[in-house]
Design a protein. Structure first.
Length: 383
């Protein structure tokens, strides 16, 4: 395991809290990265492979994501080392949040990430006896189920359209590859299909599916609801692909919406595309980003592209103790407006600076965080 001190720099993390429980076998970590602009807010994930370093990296992404959309919360992330398919999932989840009852919800509010559902958010509220402990709860409990609504994927599609306009690529008829047909990927594909793009390849953990003439997105969505990841096998048309091969399908737009670090330098050198929109967190390595920039491929960074979820979380945070549900129409409208504007700003700034889009986006977010830190006396004033 990495030395926790090696994770710390001028921005954070401010706190790293590791917890465990002998009875359930629970092990987990909460990383509060930077609270200069507000309390810690970010998703919680459950996976057998969760590490402290991984959660710290994701907490930093949340710091930049909140600052990038100019909303006033700080970066944080939590992770539980467990299989979300385990029959003991609920007991493990309850043990984790109980162990963090001093931090939740006073310093950190739980959101949803990989391996957790709207019902799990409800379990968090129940275990701590506090409606404000988690967001993303079911509609029946007055929550904003933004994964269920597909808010993040909707935002990814809006960003894709904005990026295409910036480089003069008509979205109508443009070929799109969506790696990962989960909560983000399926909603992005649905919205892109509505906008006239042609989804030519998708993937799940079961493999990929390709049709150069376009996949039937409506049928894929129906099969996802019925068969989950096995929709790849149930579709009954197109060409089956091994996992990862979908990234090598020729297309104008590639959307990695699955796991982190899936596009390395070698993969970046082989992509046949004009735009990469990072639907997942950290899907490209630093070396890959430079390769893509050198090849003239436009990249929309993760904390710009998938920030629809944090915009929705901002609405949900306001409504935690309210008798009224947030209005989805207002959420979708704000997501579209903020993310499109940010995309244009970041692409223009990258061109002006001669930098990668990640470098430009990070510089923008860091400027906003630094300003808050300086105003609060957490950092010496710059000249």
């Amino acid at each position: 395991m990495s030395d926790v001190f090696s994770l710390m720099d001028e921005w954070g993390p401010e706190r790293v809290v590791c917890v465990s429980d002998t009875r359930t076998g629970m092990k987990g970590v909460l990383v509060i990265d930077n609270t200069a602009r507000g309390m810690g807010k970010g998703g919680m994930r459950m996976s057998p492979t969760v590490t402290v370093t991984e959660v710290a990296r994701l907490a930093r992404v949340m710091t930049y994501k909140w600052a990038g959309v100019d909303l006033f919360y700080g970066g944080a992330k939590a992770g539980i080392v467990a299989d979300p398919a385990s029959p003991d999932k609920e007991a493990i989840l309850r043990a984790f949040v109980r162990a963090l009852s001093k931090e939740i919800p006073h310093e950190y509010v739980v959101g949803l990430d990989m391996g957790l559902t709207e019902r799990d958010a409800a379990i968090v509220q129940d275990e701590l006896g506090d409606r404000g402990a988690a967001v993303g709860t079911p509609h029946a409990l007055g929550g904003m189920p933004y994964d269920e609504l597909g808010v993040t994927g909707f935002g990814v599609a809006e960003v894709t359209d904005a990026a295409a306009q910036e480089i003069g690529l008509p979205l109508k008829g443009a070929r799109v590859v969506v790696q990962g047909f989960g909560a983000v990927g399926h909603a992005a594909a649905r919205r892109l299909d509505e906008l006239g793009a042609t989804v030519v390849a998708i993937s799940t953990v079961r493999g990929g599916l390709h049709d150069p003439n376009g996949l039937d997105v409506a049928r894929l969505l129906k099969l996802r609801a019925e068969a989950g990841d096995d929709l790849i096998r149930e579709y009954g048309a197109g060409t089956f692909l091994d996992p990862g091969a979908e990234l090598r399908v020729p297309a104008e737009i590639v959307i990695p919406a699955a796991l982190q670090d899936v596009i390395d330098e070698e993969t970046a050198a082989r992509l046949e595309t004009r735009i990469v929109v990072e639907g997942a967190n950290l899907p490209t390595t630093p070396g890959a980003r430079r390769v893509l920039a050198d090849r003239g491929i436009t990249v929309v960074p993760d904390f710009v592209a998938n920030a629809g979820g944090v915009v929705a979380a901002g609405f949900a945070m306001d409504a935690r103790y309210s008798a009224f549900r947030p209005e989805p129409e207002a959420v979708f409208a704000t997501v579209a407006a903020k993310l499109r504007e940010n995309t244009s700003t970041v692409l223009a700034e990258a061109a002006r600076r001669g930098a990668t889009t990640h470098e430009a986006a990070v510089a923008l977010a860091q400027h906003r965080v630094r300003t808050a830190m300086e105003l609060k006396g957490r950092m010496a004033l710059t000249a």
